[in-house]
Design a protein around this ligand. Structure first.
Ligand code: FAD
Ligand code: FO1
Length: 494
C-alpha cells in the first residue's frame, strides 16, 4: 500500500461491473489486454485485494483459439510474451494459469473451483471483450472489477461520451493527466510459489462460501480446457509444446515476424533504444517512412507488453520540454486514448454507420462516381495494383507485420479510391490490417481505418470524385514529404 494514499491503485482506475460485495477467498486477475507483470494497474489492484484476502492473486489468461482474424503471426508473438509473464509471476510467488476455450466459461469455472472472492480484469473497449465480460456476469455473481491498465487517464474518466476529435479530448486529458501520472508501486512479493489453491487438485470447493455460479466447478486436478497444468513443484510450463499445439490449429499462412522480439524485457529494451538513438528525430521526421524516426512500439502496446504510462514517465523525466517529446506524447496519449474513446462509445466503430453524419452523406452522394481503378481484395492482398507506392506499403506490412504510420493513411485512402463502395473499402482495409499488422485488432486500427475512409475525428475538405469531402491523399503529396522512390525500392525490390 502506498503510504500517502492508503491504497496502491487509484480507485478512479477501477470500475466495478456488478454490484456484488466482496466475499472471503482468493482473487483472480483475468489477464487479457495488458499482458505484462510490471507497471500493470489491473494486476496491482488484484494484488491489493489479494493482500486483504491473505493469499497471492491467481493470474489466468484464457487462450481464445478463434480470436477474430488472429493467426500464427499474432499467437506466436503473444504466447512467447505470456511465457515471460509466467516466469516473472512465478518469481513473485504468484500462480499463472493458461486456460483455453470460451473465456467467460473458463473464468467462471476457475472462480467457482477456488471460491474466488473477486475477479479483476483489464479494460478493453472492443466488442469481443465487452461480450466476454457480459457473459461472465451471467455466469457468476462474484464481484467483477475492470481496471484500465492501458490508458494513462482511464477511458471512462477522460470522457463520458464519444469525442469529435483530438481537439475536444485533448483539453480533458490535459486537465486530468497530472493526477494519473503517478509512479507505479512495486508488485508485492507473495513468497516463493505459495501453494495457493489455484483449482489444481481441487475436486471439491475450497473453504469459504462458494459464490453462486452457473458453471460447474472444475473436477480433478486438470482444469478442463486447461492447455497445460503447471507442475506442482513450481517448474514453468512447457511453452514450446503450447505454441506448437496452438500453431497447428491456427492459420499459419501468415508467418511470424523475425524483426521484433516479443515480451516485456524486449519491449523495454526496444523503448530504451528508441529513446537513445532515434527520439531526437521524432519531432521532425516521424512522417518520413525512410527515416526510421518512429518508436516501433505499437505491437508491444497492443499486447500490453509495455505500459504507455511507463513510456510517458520516462520521456517526461529524460526530455522535459522537448519538441520530440511533445509530438510523441500527443500520439501516445491523446491519439491513442482517442481511439479507445471512439471504440468504447461507438458500437459501430468498424462499419460505415460509425462514420460522422457529414461523411455518410458525402460518401453517399459520390457512391456512383466512376472509379478510375478497381481492385478486389485478392489484388490488394497480393500488392498487385497499378501504384508502386501503395504496393510497397502492402509489401512492408506483409513482410514485417507493420507499416509506417504515414503510409497507413495513404494505404487506406487508396483502398477507398479503388473499391466499388466505402463499405467494401472499410471491410478490406480492416481485413488486411488485422491479418498482417502485428498490432492489428486494436482500437487504433479501427479508428485509423475510420479516420482514413470515413472522416472520423477529421473535418470536411474540398469536394472531389469518390472521396466527396473526405480528406484526399496522393503520391505527389507523399513525394513532397519523403523520397517515395527510396521507399518503393526498399520494399518492392527486397
Ligand atoms: P509512433 O509514432 O512511435 O507512436 C507511438 C505510439 O503512439 C504508437 O505505438 C501508438 O500506440 C500511438 N499512436 C501513434 N500514432 C497513432 C494514431 N494515429 N492513432 C492512435 N495511436 C497512435 N495503430 C495500431 O496500434 N494498430 C493498428 O492496427 C493500426 N492501424 C492503423 C490503420 C490506419 C489506416 C491508420 C491511419 C493508422 C493505424 N494505426 C494503428 C495508428 C498508427 O498508425 C500506429 O499506431 C503507428 O504507426 C504505430 O507505429 P509506432 O509505434 O512506430 O508509432
Ligand atoms: N485476448 C485474450 O484474452 N485471449 C486471447 O486468446 C487473445 C488472442 C489475441 C490474438 C491476437 C490479438 O491481436 C489479440 C488477442 N487478444 C486475446 C486480445 C488482446 O489481448 C487485446 O486485448 C485486444 O486485441 C486489444 O483490444
Amino acid at each position: 500500500m502506498s503510504s500517502k494514499t492508503g491504497y496502491m491503485v487509484n480507485p478512479a482506475r477501477v470500475h466495478q461491473l456488478n454490484s456484488s460485495s466482496g466475499k472471503y477467498g482468493p482473487v483472480i486477475y483475468w489477464m487479457s489486454r495488458d499482458q505484462r507483470v510490471d507497471d500493470n494497474w489491473a494486476l496491482l489492484y488484484a494484488a491489493q485485494l489479494a493482500q486483504e484476502a491473505g493469499s497471492p492473486p491467481v493470474v489466468a489468461f484464457v487462450l481464445a483459439d478463434k480470436y477474430p482474424g488472429a493467426n500464427a503471426r499474432h499467437y506466436g508473438f503473444m504466447l512467447r510474451g505470456l511465457a515471460e509473464v509466467e516466469k516473472k509471476l512465478t518469481e513473485k510467488g504468484i500462480p499463472f494459469r493458461l486456460l483455453s476455450g470460451d473465456p467467460p466459461g473458463a473464468i467462471a469455472r476457475l472462480a467457482h473451483s477456488i471460491s474466488a472472492s473477486a475477479v479483476v480484469t483489464d479494460f478493453d473497449p472492443l466488442r469481443t471483450k465487452k461480450e466476454w465480460k457480459k457473459n461472465l456476469l451471467k455466469k457468476t455473481d462474484i464481484p467483477l472489477y475492470e481496471v484500465d491498465a492501458h490508458n494513462i487517464v482511464p477511458c471512462r474518466v477522460a470522457s463520458g461520451k464519444q469525442e469529435f476529435g483530438a481537439y475536444t479530448l485533448r483539453p480533458k486529458i490535459r486537465k486530468l493527466l497530472e493526477g494519473f501520472m503517478d509512479e507505479f508501486p512495486g508488485l508485492p512479493l507473495f513468497g516463493k510459489r505459495a501453494n495457493v489453491n489455484t483449482g489444481a487438485g481441487q475436486g471439491k470447493n475450497a473453504p469459504g462460501k462458494p459464490a453462486a455460479c452457473l458453471e460447474e466447478p472444475y473436477e480433478g486436478s486438470r482444469l478442463p480446457g486447461e492447455i497445460y497444468i503447471p507442475a506442482e513443484d513450481g517448474s514453468l510450463m512447457d511453452w514450446q509444446k503450447v505454441i506448437r499445439k496452438l500453431l497447428k490449429q491456427t492459420d499459419s499462412s501468415v508467418k511470424e515476424v523475425e524483426n521484433i522480439v516479443p515480451g516485456e524485457d524486449a519491449a523495454m529494451a526496444a523503448f530504451s533504444r528508441f529513446i537513445q538513438e532515434r527520439f531526437s528525430l521524432y519531432g521532425e521526421q516521424r512522417n518520413d517512412p525512410n527515416a526510421g524516426a518512429v518508436s516501433g512500439m505499437s505491437a508491444y502496446l497492443h499486447f500490453g507488453h509495455i505500459s504507455a504510462q511507463r513510456m510517458a514517465l520516462e520521456i517526461l523525466k529524460s526530455f522535459p520540454k522537448n519538441p520530440s517529446g511533445d509530438s510523441f506524447l500527443e500520439e501516445l496519449i491523446v491519439r491513442k486514448e482517442l481511439s479507445d474513446n471512439f471504440c468504447h462509445y461507438n458500437d459501430h466503430y468498424d462499419t460505415f454507420e460509425g462514420f460522422p453524419g457529414w461523411a455518410n452523406k458525402t460518401l453517399n452522394t459520390h457512391r456512383k462516381d466512376e472509379r478510375e481503378y478497381l481492385y478486389d481484395r485478392e489484388q490488394f492482398e497480393l500488392a498487385s495494383t497499378h501504384d508502386p507506392l501503395w504496393n510497397a506499403a502492402q509489401a512492408e506490412m506483409v513482410k514485417t507485420g507493420k507499416m509506417h504510420g504515414y503510409m497507413r493513411m495513404y494505404w487506406a485512402k487508396k483502398i477507398l479510391e479503388w473499391t466499388p463502395s466505402p463499405e467494401e473499402a472499410l471491410a478490406t482495409a480492416i481485413y488486411l490490417n488485422d491479418r498482417y499488422q502485428l498490432d492489428g485488432r486494436d482500437p487504433n486500427g479501427y479508428t485509423g481505418c475510420a479516420w482514413s475512409i470515413g472522416g472520423v475525428h477529421d473535418r470536411a475538405w474540398g469536394e472531389r470524385p469518390v472521396f466527396g469531402k473526405i480528406r484526399y491523399m496522393n503520391d505527389r503529396g507523399a513525394a513532397r514529404k519523403f523520397s517515395t522512390g527510396d521507399y518503393i525500392k526498399k520494399w518492392l525490390q527486397q
